[in-house]
Ligand binder design. Structure first.
Ligand code: MLT
Ligand code: MN
Ligand code: ZN
Length: 306
């Protein structure tokens, strides 16, 4: 089983087009050591030819260009993307669907709650019905049971969606009335060897069923959005705290570093990193702290083989 990180940044990417925070300004002027990053998405395959696209980033076209494996070239019109699965209905995870409109009807796996957002608050599916159309495959996810799915063309990999606490997007009709399935995490399992990756780019709270899933996984690929709870406020960029945006920060009591420490040794990788996060500066103290705790920072093009 191979996972390629197509985009490791949170919404806005890095550098963000209109941002002159220390990181965004620093990468443009080469005053910090950092890698540019596109918006949040991964690709998963068992044979290296047929891929599940997990989240469809607005940067999808650049991501496909940067990832030759996604274009196997078997016919005049072709793609390696066999199916798309969504973790939520946020702009950074869904608007890439519009860029896939020249293709065949798109098999789309998402929860009823995300599907509702994509037919109401952000009606991408209605727009796409005039182009390629979308075939919705409902993902079942509730707190007490998780139903695994196998995707067409992706043999030997089991995908198990799990509800988690994060946040529905601002345009969601249920933004202030959270419902199971607004946000999910995903256990991705190689059925041949039992190896598992737990993927959750938006994770606001470590509920018991999520902790259990994290303990079962050989590799964690989890929310790395913010270093502190009030990072955006401190930098004068927003009035929102990390919790209000559905993200658990890395530092502080009960933060992601503590959570990952308690889970014990295994591969631990942060993904969906906001451009304000000091860990993007490879020479920062915060980045050194992660390294001391055995935590990696995902980058575009990173590969995970399990
Ligand atoms: C989030 O996950 O909170 C998003 O990245 C925010 C956004 O896309 O604006
Ligand atoms: Mn996001
Ligand atoms: Zn910035």
């Amino acid at each position: 089983m191979k996972i390629i990180v197509l985009g490791s940044s949170a919404g806005g990417g890095f550098p963000q087009w209109n941002c002159n925070c220390r990181n965004c300004d620093g990468i443009r002027r080469h005053t910090i050591t950092a890698k540019a990053r596109t918006q949040s998405s991964i690709a998963v395959s068992s044979n290296g030819t047929d891929w599940a696209l997990i989240n469809a980033s607005p940067d999808i076209l650049a991501q496909i260009r940067a990832t030759p494996a996604l274009q196997p070239g078997r016919a005049k019109r072709d793609t390696g993307i066999a199916a798309v699965m969504l973790m939520d209905a946020q702009i950074d995870h869904v608007t890439g669907l519009l860029m896939l409109r020249e293709g065949k009807p798109l098999p789309l796996y998402c929860t009823a709650s995300v599907w509702e957002d994509l037919t109401t608050g952000l009606p991408l599916t209605r727009v796409l019905s005039h182009y390629c159309s979308v075939q919705w495959h409902p993902l079942q996810a509730d707190r007490n049971s998780a139903t695994a799915v196998q995707l067409p063309g992706i043999d030997g990999i089991r995908f198990t969606p799990m509800t988690l606490t994060s946040k529905a997007p601002p345009y969601s009709p249920h933004r202030e009335m959270p419902q199971p399935g607004d946000n999910i995490g995903l256990m991705i399992e190689n059925t041949a060897n039992g190896k598992k990756v737990f993927y959750a780019p938006g994770l606001g709270e470590i509920e018991p069923h999520i902790e259990t899933a994290m303990r079962m996984a050989d590799c964690l690929l989890v929310d790395g959005t913010f270093w502190t709870e009030d990072e955006m406020i401190e930098q004068g960029l927003s009035k929102k705290k990390a919790a209000a945006m559905g993200h658990l920060p890395q530092s502080g009591d009960g933060g992601m570093i503590e959570v990952l420490d308690a889970i014990g040794p295994r591969r631990k990788i942060l993904i969906h990193i906001n451009n304000t996060n000091p860990i993007l500066d490879e020479d920062s103290n915060e980045r050194a702290t992660l390294t001391q705790h055995g935590i990696e920072v995902a980058f575009d093009g990173m590969e995970i083989n399990l």
